[in-house]
Design a binder for this molecule. Structure first.
Ligand SMILES: Cc1cc2nc3c(=O)[nH]c(=O)nc-3n(C[C@H](O)[C@H](O)[C@H](O)COP(=O)(O)O)c2cc1C
Length: 220
């Protein structure tokens, strides 16, 4: 797949076929992601890959916590209030998504069902967790973002789909305990990975983008 075409056609996938992703493919993907640039080539990313019975058990544990309505305690905190333009985009995104999925605004059960699907990785056979050492700064978060997008694009190039999920960081202690990860590592992001199911209703929605005029200023 041509690079620009890959960039322009990648999208979040929220419905997967059950086919496993081979270890060779996972290794190829991770090696491609590791080609990403980083601050003085520090390569701060750390990745845990969860498949098979472990993925099943972890999905059940996280789903149970979310279903019980247990308040999360993520290592990375979202802003208490987003700037107005960003809040508007998020509101439009949610409204368009619910409309595409035929979920009424006040249908709390359907909305909750959608939220909970995050914790079962939207049916993906593989879930990745991305970590950074707690001593690191925003520079390394920047590096991890580059790594993540490279991974998502490489996956797309290989016919795989990804969904990056802040939701999967809501219960970091549970994930650390389950995987035996040290308390000194911050859980930055979860990522579901697998072969996209084109018939899944959740994959029928496509996000939009702000025009250049909203975020670029030109000087000459
Ligand atoms: C840091 C980050 C966290 C995200 N968390 C979630 C999530 O918890 N659940 C989800 O369904 N999508 C999540 N997304 C996906 C975004 O909703 C998606 O990228 C955005 O709407 C743009 O759509 P696209 O990826 O299809 O282009 C996340 C994306 C990013 C970059």
């Amino acid at each position: 797949m041509e690079l620009l075409q890959a960039i322009e056609t990648r999208r979040s996938v929220r419905g997967f076929k059950s086919n496993p992703v081979s270890e060779a493919t996972l290794r190829r993907l991770l090696a491609a992601a590791a080609c990403s640039p980083s601050y003085t080539n520090t390569q701060p990313w750390e990745v845990t890959v969860v498949t098979g019975a472990k993925r099943e058990a972890l999905g059940q544990a996280l789903h149970a916590l979310a279903q019980a309505g247990l308040a999360g305690k993520p290592d990375v905190i979202a802003p208490a209030q987003w700037p107005a333009d960003l809040a508007r985009r998020a509101g439009e995104h949610n409204a368009r998504r619910f409309k595409a999925l035929e979920i009424e605004r006040d249908d709390h059960a359907a909305r909750d069902g959608l939220r909970l699907m995050n914790y079962q990785f939207f049916g993906a056979p593989c879930v990745l967790f991305l970590w950074l050492d707690q001593s690191l700064s925003e520079w390394s978060t920047f590096d991890l973002g580059l790594f993540t997008q490279t991974l998502a694009l490489a996956a797309h190039g290989l016919g795989l789909g990804t969904c990056l999920q802040a939701s999967l960081t809501h219960y970091p202690d549970a994930v650390r305990d389950f995987l035996g990860v040290s308390d000194s590592k911050r859980l930055m992001l979860g990522l579901s990975l697998g072969y996209p199911d084109p018939d899944a209703k959740l994959n029928s929605y496509q996000s939009s983008r702000a025009g250049l005029d909203e975020f670029v200023r030109w000087y000459s």
